[in-house]
Every structure is written in structure tokens, then in C-alpha cells.
Design a protein around this ligand. Structure first.
Ligand code: RFL
Ligand code: PHB
Length: 394
């Protein structure tokens, strides 16, 4: 079967779904192809922190109603080390900006409902997506859906299929460069049935390694501890995880970890990754398909949102004003922000984790950096402006 659309979008993560909605707002037609089921997409536990710019966009698009009702606005974070907590007052340091805790899978439920509610095409369980002729004026996507093989002719293709997707492989190696770093640790993430232990997120450095206390809802906590990236989750009993959390979060402050049953646990690897350029011919990569950051800076989803905002803007200028310049500038425009976020995420990761090979000198450097960050207003402002997110036109 043959089909046609203006923009073929591969992947129904935050990047793909938001792009489809942004384009629909401008009257631009698209089809979103997703390999997983709707149930799987809406159940994947990932990000929690939304930057102010992401929140503002969702509200402006009429997608913020549940987020505003169920999400929680945070005006600061805590950096904890040597048993002492130090608050970074994000809002005070950034002229009134804040972050919102609202889980990625809830954002996805809102985006899927909006797309389907508008009657937009969004196909789940799509198999064997393959890209052809991306460097021509008529790129195509072949895929199988409900046992039917389809050739989708497009004006443009948006590769929003995440780090393990197929789109990136359509960029010839001869024109692209990959920048990458893997870290000698992973994160063991858990969901715990207990009310939040704190009103704000706690990023803790300890001799035993990093830990993070976050939340998902008034009844659910999300927490992470640094671990060996090759470790097996089956080796970690709930008691071991709890013991490690308690030990790493020890403080002289009157604070206690609220505990309850652990209902989910998994280990994830940490890496930094960027492909340059983020475009080739009529293929544009957005989100994790083009770049990965370690989660310490809470930037991944927010970067995906910034990418598709630029892409939607550039495609709108193409269709409505016959302008090519914004499309041509897409990669350079996105990469400025991407590299800023890469640096911030690498910096937060380096400051807060124990590196197995670090000597005592290196550890003193790390402590000096932590100390400076909490004692100097200039250093705290720098952390705060990156954490709440730089303006879109950065
Ligand atoms: P996604 O979310 O990976 O979506 C890609 C979609 O494409 C589909 N797909 C395909 N579809 C069709 N054909 C194919 N061949 C396909 N191959 C793949 C996939 O099934 C999937 O549905 O990428 P996207 O849209 O670029 O979004 C990126 C974000 O999901 C990611 O950056 C964040 O989750 C990162 N992240 C965080 N970001 C934040 O901004 N704030 C945070 O607090 C934050 N915390 C986190 C995080 C990521 C984490 N993990 C698990 C990596 C915490 C964690 C633990
Ligand atoms: C989360 O709530 O999952 C979360 C929060 C902050 C991070 C990373 C993950 O830096």
C-alpha cells in the first residue's frame, strides 16, 4: 500500500508526539509511527523533571491541565554532602523560575490523548521501519503495520526514535561525527510506596557513592543510587538497597527517609552521546536519537522538547513562507543548546559521583567544587540557570 504525508515521524516518545501536535497546530500533516504498543509507551518510567520552558509550552498548547493539577512545582533542590544539606534556591536565583515534577509517562498519556483526540494519525506496533532516499526531495519510509507493508512518501522525515532507533543509521558515516563518553557507574532506580521524604529533590554525594531522592506522586517515591554498571539487579535485595540509601543519605539535619515497599527496580547505564550534524538531506533527528545525557542534570526530555520546537518552527517557515533557511540552520541551532546541556550534565555527574579510579587529590577537587557551588552565589546561580533551563533562543 502507498501513503503520503508531509512529515513522516518515527517514534512516539516526547519528541515525536510533541512534534506532531506542534505541526498540526500550523496545519501541517504528519503520521507518527511507533514500534511499541500504546500500553508500553504509557507505562515506561523515565524522566520526572520538567523545565520551566517545557511546562510553559505544554500549557500554551492546551496540554497542561493535568500537569498543573497533579504535578508539583519545586523552587529549590538540595545538595547534600558530608552529612549536611545545602539548599539551592532555584526560583530566587533565576528571577522567579521553577521546575515541575510530573512523570514522563503522564506527559506521554496527555500527548497521546491529544493526538488521537484531534484525529491525527498515530500508529502503534509498527514493525520494520526503514528510511529511503532521505537525501532526495521525496524521502520514503517503509514499514509493516497490521500485516500490511506500507510505503509512506514524505516531504520530510523526523527521526524521533530514541537512542536505539533506526533513523540515525540513515546518516552516512562519511558526513557525520559521533562524540561519546561512557561512565564507570550506572544508576539503580527504584519506585517505593511511601510519601515523599522531602519537599524538594535531594542530590547526595557520599564516600559510598551518589544517591538521589525524587518523587512521583504523594504516595510514590523515585530514588536512585550509583552502582556498578555491569551489576545485576537480582543481586540487590530490597534490604540492601534500603541500607545503602540510608547510609548515603545520613545527615546531621533532623531528616528521615520515609520507607515502604519497593515496587520496581532496575539498573541503567550512563552515557553522554552527540551526533553531528543532526540532519541530512530531508531527515532531521530530534531528542535521544541525536543526543544522550546522563540523567544527573535532568535534561534529556527537555532537550527533546527544545529540538522539536525548533524543527516545527523551521518546517512551518518552509510551508508557510517558502523559507529554507531555518531548516538549513536546524542542526546548528539545536547543537548550541545540546552542548550546553551535555556540559551541565557531565559537570553535575562528575561533581556528585564517586569515580572508582579517583585518587585523593581528585576527590579533594570534587569536594572543593561542591563547597564552592553551595557557598558562592555566583556558582549557585550558574547551577540554577542551567537546571531550570536556558531560554529557547539560547
Ligand atoms: P524516547 O522517549 O526514547 O522515544 C523514542 C520512541 O521511539 C520508538 N522507536 C521506534 N518506533 C518505530 N520504529 C523504530 N524502529 C523505533 N525505534 C524506537 C521507541 O519505542 C520510543 O517510544 O525518545 P525522545 O522522544 O527523544 O525522548 C527522550 C526522553 O525520553 C529522555 O531524554 C528522557 O527520559 C531522559 N531522562 C530525563 N530527562 C529529563 O528531561 N528530565 C529528567 O528528570 C530525566 N530523568 C531520564 C531521566 C531518563 C532516564 N532513563 C531511564 C534513561 C531518568 C531516567 C532514569
Ligand atoms: C527522576 O525523578 O526520575 C529524576 C529526577 C532528577 C534527575 C533524574 C531523574 O536528575
Amino acid at each position: 500500500m502507498n501513503k503520503r504525508t508531509q512529515v513522516g515521524i518515527i517514534g512516539a516518545g516526547p519528541a515525536g508526539l510533541l512534534l506532531a501536535l506542534l505541526l498540526a497546530r500550523e496545519g501541517i500533516d504528519s503520521i507518527v509511527l511507533e514500534k511499541r504498543s500504546r500500553k508500553d509507551v504509557e507505562a515506561t518510567i523515565r524522566a520526572g523533571v520538567l523545565e520551566q520552558g517545557t511546562v510553559d509550552l505544554l500549557i500554551e498548547m492546551g496540554l497542561g491541565e493535568r500537569m498543573q493539577r497533579e504535578g508539583s512545582v519545586h523552587h529549590g533542590i538540595e545538595l547534600r554532602f558530608d552529612g549536611v544539606g545545602h539548599r539551592i534556591p532555584l526560583t530566587e536565583l533565576t528571577n522567579g523560575h521553577a521546575i515541575t515534577l510530573y512523570p514522563q509517562h503522564e506527559v506521554l498519556k496527555d500527548l497521546v490523548a491529544a493526538r488521537l483526540g484531534q484525529g491525527g494519525e498515530l500508529l502503534f506496533n509498527v514493525e520494520h521501519a526503514q528510511l529511503f532516499d532521505v537525501n532526495s526531495s521525496q524521502p520514503r519510509i517503509h514499514y509493516t503495520h497490521e500485516h500490511e507493508t506500507v510505503e509512506l512518501q514524505c516531504d520530510f522525515i523526523a527521526g524521533c526514535d530514541g537512542f536505539h532507533g533506526v533513523s540515525r543509521t540513515a546518516l552516512p558515516q562519511s558526513i557525520s561525527t559521533i562524540f561519546t563518553r561512557s561512565y564507570p557507574f550506572g544508576w539503580l532506580g527504584i519506585l517505593m510506596q511511601a510519601p515523599p521524604s522531602a519537599d524538594e529533590l535531594i542530590y547526595a554525594y557520599s564516600e559510598r557513592g551518589f544517591s538521589l531522592v525524587s518523587t512521583r506522586s504523594p504516595e510514590l517515591q523515585r530514588m536512585y543510587i550509583q552502582c556498578d554498571p555491569h551489576d545485576h539487579i537480582a543481586r540487590w535485595s530490597d534490604e540492601m538497597i534500603l541500607e545503602e540509601l540510608q547510609a548515603r543519605l545520613t545527615t546531621i539535619d533532623p531528616w528521615q527517609l520515609r520507607i515502604g515497599p519497593i515496587i520496581q527496580k532496575s539498573i541503567l547505564a550512563m552515557r553522554s552521546f552527540v551526533i553531528e550534524p543532526m540532519q541530512y538531506g530531508r531527515l532531521f533527528l530530534a531528542g535521544d536519537a541525536a543526543h544522550i545525557v546522563p540523567p544527573t542534570g535532568a535534561k534529556g526530555l527537555n532537550l527533546a522538547v527544545a529540538d522539536v520546537r525548533h524543527l516545527a518552527h523551521a518546517l512551518t517557515a518552509f510551508y508557510q513562507k517558502q523559507r529554507n533557511d531555518l531548516l538549513e540552520a536546524y542542526s546548528a541551532t539545536c547543537l548550541r543548546r545540546v552542548w550546553r546541556a551535555e556540559h551541565f550534565s557531565w559537570w553535575m555527574t562528575s561533581m556528585l559521583h564517586r569515580f572508582p579510579d579517583d585518587d585523593p587529590f581528585q576527590q579533594r577537587m570534587q569536594r572543593a567544587q561542591l563547597d564552592y557551588t553551595v557557598r558562592s552565589r555566583a556558582a549557585a546561580i550558574s547551577l540554577a540557570e542551567n537546571y531550570i533551563g536556558l531560554p529557547l533562543d539560547w
